[in-house]
Design a protein around this ligand. Sequence first.
Ligand SMILES: Nc1ncnc2c1ncn2[C@@H]1O[C@H](COP(=O)(O)OP(=O)(O)O)[C@@H](O)[C@H]1O
Ligand SMILES: [Mg+2]
Length: 292
Amino acid sequence: MIECQNIVKIYKIDDEHEVMALQGLDLSIEKGEIMGIVGNSGSGKSTLLNMLGGLDRPTGGKLIVDGKELLRLTDKDLIQYKLETVGFIWQNNARNFIPYLTAVENVELPMLLKGKYRRERAKELLEMVGMSHRLNSKLDRLSGGEQQRVAIAISLANNPSLLLADEPTGSVDTKTADIILDVFRHLNQQLGVTIVIVTHDQELTKKMDRVVAIRDGKTSSEILRRSSYFENEAEVVIEQNEETHVELALIDNAGRVQVPNEYLESIGLNGSNKLKVELENGKILLQNPNSK
Ligand SMILES: Nc1ncnc2c1ncn2[C@@H]1O[C@H](COP(=O)(O)OP(=O)(O)O)[C@@H](O)[C@H]1O
Ligand SMILES: [Mg+2]
């Protein structure tokens, strides 16, 4: 679904200053995946989402989404792409909907932009996110969690193949965040839509099949779940256990690997910048050079 190769994004602030928000980021996302992106504030998560959503263009690299090479699209094709291929959900509700319109009117709006509005479909989408009892409520009358659910229905208005959510649970409590994630999982299963969710929430990432960490504008590591949360809900308890996921460190083109800090600390390597590297029985061993 998504192939990012060596994506660079430089924001020019003025004649003398620029910020390199993405520094050669590589990432592949399969069709139908629901995956998380984590990383410190300022690490480039929103920038990446904006590039994927066609809201802005990368400065360099290759970015293919659903067979389209975004850097090569004309402005007109990019508008089409934003309207038809992707749906966005933001943390900031002012970006998600128009508060004085009803839920159903808000879902119809992106349909109108595309040319045909279908009330039945709008109702169906609101039903899918569990909001059929509030079809005609104005958005500013709904709770934060309900507003986010409507925002998800709006993002689906034009049947996108990709949903991009930037901290969609950033302004709601834990329980509500959980419900919202369940809505995403349900849609992922029902519609097969690929979903990328940026989040700070460790609890939420436990329910995703794959989580990629971004550090300084590059992908640094990723976690794959051994047993899918989606296939077997009974795994939830075991899911809390660290044994059920595999931490994969990414190797960049130059062969550099980023080792998680807590691993380095656990072998007493805080502060030191040297590791002993050995090949043993087909495995690479990284050791504290001072230990035997
Ligand atoms: N429009 C912009 N103009 C200039 N700098 C920006 C702009 N957007 C983001 N940045 C900078 O790019 C870096 C990455 O930002 P962002 O993608 O928003 O990070 P995150 O979403 O992970 O917090 C930060 O240093 C941020 O200040
Ligand atoms: Mg952000």
